[in-house]
Design a protein around this ligand. Structure first.
Ligand code: GLN
Length: 241
């Protein structure tokens, strides 16, 4: 097992921190700790000098259009994230983070902005905000069912170099082709808040396995999560009647 603490970079929570996605860091650290593995969280703020390129895993949360534009500007200038992706470090981008990591996104005021181009995905505003519970099925590394909460105006079309994270069972997702999220190599993006890793521990463990480069021993789901998933399934069944 790895002796050095696993270094998790939380990118720009002061810009892309509107939807509580920083909880994903707590989940990753806790799941490592339950297995006796130490971790260190490196928080990169918009006032920080640079993005370290040596971290094991990177997280980018959701936020408003204006904040997304500032995030792209900052991450372009630093290039640390791009270098880390170049050596295969895993990245999780949520909602606004998905759009920032993509090829381009159009904000609500009709302006088109270049993204970082780390994911082959183009975002344009939809006819309305997509808000509510989402359920998908993912073919990625044994992840299976994913659940979360979406709240976004943007609709995202994937290019040929991106795979969807999941097929939409319920909810809007990307808004095209009944798919949700985008995966390019070890860059995983999704519209799911929750935080998504609290609700989907298998996805958390897949990212951690990529980060440390070895398989992790399985953990039993906490009873709260089992109860939440059962409740969501029941309420979904009720809405389908
Ligand atoms: N501003 C983006 C949109 O509305 C992303 C929102 C979010 O991160 N939840 O599409």
């Amino acid at each position: 097992m790895t002796a050095e603490p696993v270094r998790i970079a939380l990118l720009l929570p002061d810009l892309l921190g509107t939807y509580g996605d920083r909880g994903n860091v707590l989940v990753l650290a806790q799941r490592l700790s339950w297995r006796g593995i130490a971790s260190e969280t490196i928080t990169v703020l918009s006032s920080s000098a640079a993005v370290p390129d040596s971290c094991d895993l990177y997280l980018l949360g959701g936020g408003e259009d204006v904040a997304q534009v500032a995030a792209v500007r900052f991450l372009r200038r630093n290039q640390g994230l791009q270098r880390a992706v170049g050596r295969g470090a895993p990245v999780l981008g949520i909602c606004g983070g998905l759009q920032v990591l993509g090829t381009s996104f159009e904000t609500g005021d009709g302006q088109r902005h270049s993204g970082l181009g780390l994911v082959d995905a183009v975002t344009e505003p939809g006819p309305d905000r997509a808000i509510g519970e989402v359920t998908t099925h993912s073919a990625l590394g044994g992840v299976g069912a994913l659940t979360g909460f979406e709240n976004h105006l943007g609709r995202t079309r994937l290019g040929g170099h991106a795979e969807p994270l999941g097929r939409v069972v319920r909810g809007t997702g990307n808004g095209y082709d009944q798919v949700e999220g985008a995966v390019c190599g070890h860059v995983v993006t999704t519209y799911l808040h929750g935080p998504v890793l609290a609700r989907n521990p298998k996805l958390a463990d897949l990212l951690l396995e990529w980060a440390i480069g070895e398989p992790l021993e399985p953990l039993a789901d906490p009873p709260e999560l089992t109860a939440l998933r059962a409740e969501r399934t029941r309420s979904y069944a009720r809405t389908r009647k």
